[in-house]
Design a protein. Structure first.
Length: 296
């Protein structure tokens, strides 16, 4: 059975590349930790909605999801305690929301277990699995980056918290892999359904991930390209409606414009010279332009 792993950001930056930069800037570091907290907290709500949709069937899956919620709530608690101890903000993180974009890109009809229980279970498991893989990738990279960073009391405290969370998140990925593999083994038809769901939700996750990272010039068109990639995982007759429902917000992206303004203001306030020397060229050239500059 195919194993889908998260792709690099714009096929250029790995999680380690990103986290190595994040841990060098305390403000960005704390915002990143708050994003983790928000994601863990929000997943409790999303998993609860899956349980309510399943309405007790199958009981084994409902039980597993209940345990999953317990884990995520504990992770959110640990991160909340950490952020408060560090004097950091625990409000809704600024900028584009990975979770909101993932939800916006979901095909709710395919995700609804009430209309077709089995298809809904496959969709839910594939969606959970691919987001957990992204989380594991980033927690692992974060731990690595912190081990390379100065061993301050704060950095050690952050690393120890993430090290508590990471094994349980890896367990969630293995759990999802087992459930999907068991369903796929039922028949060739089931295997085809699972493979199709994994491709679909991997494309949705990648699009959501990149939307929260990319604020450079042309990001709107790259979002549209990612949207088309998601649509291409669906039957031909479903694609037009899916695209038309999501194209306006993808192309005009009010959250992207707000994030750009906020990022520019912060960069200017922190260092006007760096704003002109680094932020403006990065915005105009995009991430690939910046990578060329680093290599030259």
């Amino acid at each position: 059975m195919t194993v889908a792993y998260p792709r690099k950001f714009q096929n250029a930056l790995s999680a380690r590349d990103i986290l190595n930069q994040v841990v060098r800037d305390r403000e960005i570091h704390l915002i990143t930790l708050n994003r983790y907290r928000y994601s863990e907290q929000r997943s409790c709500k999303d998993l609860t909605e899956v349980i309510e949709t399943l309405n007790g069937k199958p009981p084994e899956l409902v039980r597993d999801l209940s345990h999953h919620i317990s884990d995520e709530a504990r992770h959110a608690m640990w991160l909340t305690d950490l952020l408060i101890d560090l004097g950091a903000d625990i409000g809704t993180p600024p900028g584009s929301s990975y979770i909101d974009e993932f939800d916006r890109l979901l095909d709710k009809n395919a995700y609804d277990a009430k209309s077709n229980l089995e298809d809904g279970i496959i969709a839910a498991l594939a969606a959970i699995n691919v987001t957990e893989k992204r989380g594991c990738e980033y927690f692992s990279a974060h731990i690595y980056a912190l081990k390379q960073a100065p061993q301050t009391e704060e950095n050690i405290k952050i690393r120890e918290t993430i090290e508590k969370i990471f094994p349980e998140e890896a367990g969630h990925v293995r759990w999802g892999n087992r459930w999907l593999a068991e369903i796929a083994r039922k028949s060739p038809e089931h295997q085809q359904k699972v493979e199709k769901a994994k491709r679909k939700y991997a494309a949705i996750e990648q699009a959501a991930f990149e939307s929260g990272m990319d604020i450079t010039l042309g990001a709107e068109l790259r979002r549209v390209a990612n949207l088309v990639e998601v649509a291409n995982t669906m039957p031909v007759w479903e694609r037009p409606q899916y695209l038309m429902e999501r194209l306006p917000q993808t192309l005009f992206a009010p959250d992207l414009q707000f994030t750009r303004v906020m990022a520019a203001q912060k960069a200017w306030q922190r260092d006007p010279q760096a704003f002109m020397d680094k932020f403006v060229p990065m915005f105009l050239n995009g991430i690939k332009g910046r990578e060329k500059t680093k290599q030259s």
